[in-house]
Design a protein around this ligand. Structure first.
Ligand SMILES: [Zn+2]
Ligand SMILES: [Zn+2]
Ligand SMILES: [Zn+2]
Length: 271
């Protein structure tokens, strides 16, 4: 699997769209890895997790041809992961010659309801699948297993385990520290890569809807004790809020001490 993390910011982006704080000012001045867009994961040419409002920017910046898309998975309905307007652009007359239509779209009930109502207005070249936590989905040569995230009060927010014949990846975004059912479930796998949200960075305070570095370490320790993570497993953090106040290199030097890698927009992870 060739995984590319297309966006590594929390909802407002980094620099925050309307934010004049010192951290955002420094990010604007320095550019490079300090510029973070909204969350999405591209896997090979045909798989994608989430369709944020920055999808067009991602396609241009990273040279991605989304006419090849075949399987689109959603985590939840928050605007930095799910922009229903963007979905319409796969239909006529906005798009022609899609290589893999009908595109298979998967998400929780709330997301699928919103997409189907768009479909009623403008026919999408797609098939729709409402998914449930812990029930695997075979998608070509990969298996996606939705798991229950600790994130949203009014919908079943999902994270995903992604498996090929040779590798297993945990994509934990967006979520607070997992509840027992998810911890028990994910303890039964052997992960090659953990991609974990770390919205709150090295802040000591923890929220129930997002993780900080301490939560990520707690998750890795839990999985190590269960035998689901080994010293060879890479841990990569993403989905950062500018409120953590650390620019990319500052966060990287703190994370490196814990054997954690800090994602940046466009980072490619091969497993
Ligand atoms: Zn988010
Ligand atoms: Zn800011
Ligand atoms: Zn969210």
């Amino acid at each position: 699997m060739r995984i590319q993390i297309l966006g590594t910011a929390a909802a407002e982006g980094w620099p925050g769209i309307f934010c004049g704080c010192t951290t955002c000012a420094k990010a604007r001045a320095l550019g490079g890895k300090n510029l973070r867009s909204r969350a999405s994961l591209q896997i090979d040419d045909i798989f994608k997790i989430d369709l944020p409002p920055d999808t067009y920017y991602h396609s241009i910046r990273f040279g991605i041809d989304q006419s090849k898309l075949k399987h689109l998975f959603y985590t939840h309905s928050h605007g930095d992961h799910f922009d229903p307007d963007e979905v319409e652009y796969m239909s006529h007359p906005f798009a022609h010659c899609l290589a893999n239509a009908p595109i298979q779209i998967y998400g929780n009930e709330k997301v699928m309801r919103a997409i189907k109502s768009r479909h009623e207005r403008r026919e999408l070249p797609a098939e729709f699948h409402t998914v449930e936590p812990y029930i695997p989905i075979k998608a070509d040569y990969l298996t996606f297993i939705p798991i229950l995230a600790e994130h949203a009060r009014n919908e079943t927010a999902l994270n995903y385990i992604i498996q090929s014949e040779t590798a297993t990846v945990l994509y934990s975004s967006d979520t607070g520290f997992y509840g027992k059912s998810t911890l028990d479930f994910i303890s039964n796998f052997k992960f090659d890569l953990l991609i974990a949200e770390c919205t709150n960075g090295t802040a000591l305070h923890s929220s129930q809807l997002h993780m900080n570095m301490r939560d990520v370490l707690k998750l890795r320790t839990h999985l190590t004790r269960a035998g689901a993570v080994s010293p060879a497993t890479r841990t990569v953090i993403t989905h950062f809020s500018h409120n953590i106040g650390l620019l990319h290199e500052e966060l990287e030097s703190k994370a490196a001490k814990k054997d954690i890698e800090v994602a940046y927009d466009g980072i490619i992870l091969e497993v």
